[in-house]
Ligand binder design. Structure first.
Ligand SMILES: [Zn+2]
Length: 418
């Protein structure tokens, strides 16, 4: 008998952690950090204490109490939870977003953590470019569609399309059939064929754990493609006579590369915050940094530049040539969305500086209609909606049972009732 248990992603977007167990062996899919700005005990100026991050998170239910998983030296005063390894646990990561990999550094290094080559590349580039503190996961690279056997399990990784390279879905073969996990995926990105291929490969799975991000917030907007985002960026930069400020999410490296090319084509230099520029350089892109020396040039010839500012740098806008001839283009960088308290703060800054705001981005998650199409293709026996504020809005196709996950509950996949 195989069981599945959800330690995160239940009723929330992100923090996915799915444990599949059989005969004492364990496969853990994703190990993300709860990322909901403005909520929880740690918010604003209050964060976990340096050096006690894991134990602070364990004590506030922001990290799951899973035995034989964590690095013993990080456990602090959480003495009742066995740490280290049982030798029968392996971890598989879908992609390098913090809500899927953010806690992986806390895992005992003797436990293998598998991921795609691009996920490892991003994590290595972040590590080398950002001088980040704290433990960091060592990832083992796993090719697409080349199964890894672990105890009684056979685990297959599939490429899917998301707003980060290297995104994966998984199929875990158990004695009760395949447990498929979508990770985060979409059909409106640059590589929809990858997502479709995954759906076809896990067709008829015993269970499918499916992300339902867009079924939150009463989702209504039409979905824009990555191609439309690229074209809107070129169009708005092209019609802006003055300085362009932009915010793009750095880990969406394919979009960053296109935006850099648009800047070059339109004879503008794209200037980045230093840590981002270092990350792009580590990913093999040429990236220029803005610093005090560059500001004179920007003020003299604002039409020759595009700049990205991180929120702590926003007061610099007071020294930049903003106003009606300038534009701020939002393409899914910080602040990430209306749920972030910095979102309205940015609107206040731009209003004060009489600068137009152009939100042109698109998300990394399948639309409600995309989710429906994927479910109709996969048609699992059991559907577990996850990674959504409103998982009950994900409806199963005919013939599929829906089990709405409860946190920490054990689901026996050999049964036909939850
Ligand atoms: Zn993601």
């Amino acid at each position: 008998m195989a069981t599945v248990r959800f330690y995160g992603g239940v009723g929330v977007i992100g923090s996915s952690k799915i444990l599949i167990e059989q005969g004492g062996w364990r496969v853990l899919l994703d190990f993300g950090l709860d990322f909901s700005p403005g909520t929880g005990l740690f918010r604003g100026a209050v964060g976990p204490r340096p050096g006690h991050e894991l134990s602070d998170r364990l004590k506030t239910q922001m990290a799951p109490r899973i035995p034989f998983l964590y690095r013993p030296e990080l456990m602090g005063a959480v003495g009742d939870l066995p740490s280290g390894t049982d030798g029968r646990t392996a971890v598989f990561i879908t992609h390098a977003h913090i809500d899927h990999i953010g806690l992986a550094g806390d895992i005992d290094p003797r436990i293998p953590i598998w991921a795609s080559a691009d996920t490892a590349r991003i994590m290595n580039a972040l590590k080398s470019s950002q001088e980040l503190q704290g433990p960091w996961p060592e990832l083992q690279v796993m090719a697409a569609e080349t199964p890894v056997s672990f105890g009684p399990f056979r685990v297959v990784r599939y490429d899917v399309d998301h707003d980060i390279v290297g995104a994966s879905g998984y199929g875990v073969e158990t004695e009760d059939g395949v447990v498929a996990f979508s990770g985060d995926l979409r059909l409106h990105g640059r590589h929809p064929e990858k997502t479709w291929h995954f759906a076809q490969k896990v067709q008829g799975a015993r269970a499918l754990v499916m992300e339902g991000t867009t079924l939150s917030f009463g989702f209504q907007e039409a979905v824009r493609t990555e191609g439309q985002v690229d074209r809107d960026f070129a169009r708005i930069v092209g019609m802006t006579p003055g300085l362009v400020l932009a915010t793009v999410y750095p880990r969406n490296i394919e979009r960053v590369a296109v935006f850099m090319q648009v800047a070059e084509d339109l004879h503008r230099e794209f200037l980045w915050p230093r840590p981002m520029a270092r990350f792009f350089q580590a990913m093999g892109l040429k990236a220029e940094v803005w610093d005090a020396d560059r500001l004179e040039g920007v003020n003299k010839h604002p039409e020759r530049y595009i700049m990205q500012l991180s929120p702590p740098d926003w007061p610099m806008m007071l020294d930049l040539p903003l106003g009606p001839g300038a534009a701020f283009i939002h393409a899914n960088g910080e602040p990430l969305g209306a749920f972030d308290p910095h979102w309205t703060l940015l609107q206040d800054w731009l209003a004060a500086l009489h600068t137009g705001f152009w939100p042109i981005g698109t998300g990394g998650h399948a639309s409600p209609d995309g989710i429906r199409q994927l479910l109709e293709t996969i048609r699992p026996d059991i559907l577990f909606p996850l990674h959504s504020r409103e998982p009950d809005r994900m409806l199963p196709p005919p013939g599929t049972a829906r089990w709405l996950p409860e946190k920490n509950r054990v689901y026996d996949l050999s049964l036909n009732e939850s």
